[in-house]
Design a protein around this ligand. Structure first.
Ligand code: ZN
Length: 256
């Protein structure tokens, strides 16, 4: 966390700011390009987009890119829709603010980027042309083609933003569990039926998790990931492995 799902929730939240003019800006200079404040002072927000895990604030000047690491969240008009953070304390301390955008008529910041670990950053006019198909645009064909070119573990491939943009660690484990595919399988060993199933499961499960509130709302919840109980589907003990430097929770019983 944050993953593309969280970024999608924040995109929806940030839509509230479209049409407003930024009248004051404060930024943590360690996470933003030089002269960021000068570039975005007095611009009007014209639209909010998302590309993978990056949230894009379009203005009548430059586009502002919000890039998240393992922690961080966006607070719009003082409300944080995502309260629970798996890797952070859940506390909201002003000293963790990396960005504050003030708009006319509001004493409090309209937009705050709060990030305890400071792993994310802010960009101006980011080039996102290297990103693969977005999580919500995935098709059996695009996924099959992207995986077919890779010999790495399917988990590693799915975490690569050039393959799929916006899938993070929790969602990859979740969709592989639902599709019954082992995270250790070489990506190019999936046949077209498996790729179709994986694309279909991703399509359905991500929408359900989005409605429930984000990437921690899956079958493999943070609690399940911590305790590794019996698999809900076949009763096998869930297993925890390290793949691509990330903790992977999966079921050796039904994921093949
Ligand atoms: Zn199982």
């Amino acid at each position: 966390v944050p993953e593309g799902l969280e970024a999608e929730i924040w995109r929806q939240e940030l839509a509230l700011t479209v049409g407003r003019t930024i009248i004051d800006v404060w930024v943590d200079e360690r996470v933003a390009p030089p002269s960021f404040v000068d570039l975005v002072a007095a611009v009007t927000i014209t639209g909010i987009r998302r590309s993978g895990k990056v949230v894009l604030i379009d203005t009548d000047g430059p586009t502002i890119g919000l890039h998240f690491g393992m922690t961080g969240r966006v607070i719009v008009d003082g409300e944080a829709r995502i309260e629970q953070l798996e890797y952070a304390s859940g506390l909201d301390r002003p000293e963790w603010d990396r960005l504050r955008l003030f708009t006319a008529g509001n004493f409090a910041p309209a937009v705050r980027l709060n990030d305890p670990r400071r792993l994310g950053h802010i960009s101006i006019d980011p080039d996102l042309s290297h990103l693969g198909t977005d999580i919500f645009d995935l098709t059996a064909r695009s996924l099959g083609e992207a995986l077919g070119q890779r010999r790495t573990a399917v988990k590693t491939a799915l975490l690569n933003p050039r393959v799929v943009a916006g899938l993070g660690n929790l969602c990859v484990d979740e969709v592989l569990w639902w599709a019954g595919i082992s995270p250790h399988r070489p990506a190019n060993s999936l046949d077209s039926i498996e790729a179709e199933l994986l694309a279909d499961v991703t399509h359905r499960r991500l929408r359900i998790m989005l409605q429930r509130g984000g990437s921690t709302m899956g079958t493999l919840s943070p609690e399940v990931r911590r305790t590794c109980p019996a698999c809900e589907r076949d009763g096998s003990p869930l297993q925890r492995d390290r793949i691509c430097g990330r903790t992977s929770v999966w079921c050796p019983g039904h994921q093949r």
